[in-house]
Design a protein around this ligand. Sequence first.
Ligand code: NDP
Length: 358
Amino acid sequence: MAAPHRVLLTGANGYIAQHILSQLLEAGFSVRAVVRSESKIDVLKKSFRKYVDTPQLDFGVVSDITVAGAFDDVLVSNPPFDIVLHTASPFFIRAVKSIDFLDPAIKGTTEILSGITRVAPSVKRVVVTSSFAAIGDMAGNPIANPQRIFTRDDWNPTTFEQALATDDPNVTYPASKALAEKAAWDFVKEGKGNFELVTLNPPGVYGPLFDASQIAKPEDLNTSTSLIYQALLRPGLKSTDPVPPTFLYLWVDVRDLARAHILAATKPEAANKRWFVVAGELSQQEMANYLRETLPEKRDVIPVGEPEKTQKPEGFYGASAPETEEVLGVKYRSAAESIKDLALQLVEIEKRAVASSS
Ligand code: NDP
């Protein structure tokens, strides 16, 4: 029988990574969950209590992923690692200095790769969580004639210098993802790594939190679920308010994306490729419709909009990635299931926040 996989997972407390961690553990893998501080370990231990103090789960802390040799200590393990999943990267929509996106994304990626080369030569496969932001031309006009269809062969063209020159997170976040992913591919192309690289490029990621009880208030939600809450559910909204425009139609469920990480880590066919993990298109209007169906008690808050008008504008870009289903083997659930599962948690979190403040 083959030895079970030994996996290092960075950013393990993140929205996506907790689903990855759960699926790795359920598959019987042994995982070192790496986070930025001891307090994040305490939270994870509560959600994964079943595995605490078993050989399947241990923890590591890397407080600053940008320093030279950042991962060298946590990469040393007995049994040694054969898989590394790197998800840690800043993702928020607020203006910070561009370098605060660029440095952790790019240096975090090159540090883990060079650390593997230095101290963990047993690693055979590295999966980096990139983004559609590394594919699309996010600063360009989304509408064109003919309509643009993005595939995994496309790259966000923003350069480091262009990203450095602005603090607009709509430019700097996508650039951080593109430049970090490019740095990973360059590392391999330059022959510096003795491992197979796989990158995953998801668009908007929605669906339930792994453990909603961790989140005390809506302000603590991760970026992609927070955007839904703020646009369609936040206190003060009225059903007569307009549904905000959709900036990103492309989406995937977080559980399906987590499964894509497991397949990317283990399938021979996944090696040395980019995988655009996109379930389809989803408008804010459809999200509003699903939220209204699922949460009758919130009908006075969630904008009605025009329930039948769910289509994107003529010429708005689309995506094509049949290989992710056909070769990688990812299956996608419906947007209705994804948004409804999240909706129930969002009201639970809101109720808890109200109860604790009264
Ligand atoms: P979360 O914010 O929930 O998780 C991000 C993780 O990265 C956390 O563990 C966080 O640690 C860590 N992190 C953030 N900034 C730093 C930093 N400066 N140094 C070290 N670690 C850091 O986001 P998601 O789960 O949504 O994102 C996970 C990955 O998926 C990211 O790489 C993101 O770019 C990518 N992605 C997400 C999409 C989405 O819609 N959610 C879409 C496409 C890609 P801490 O908790 O300590 O801050």
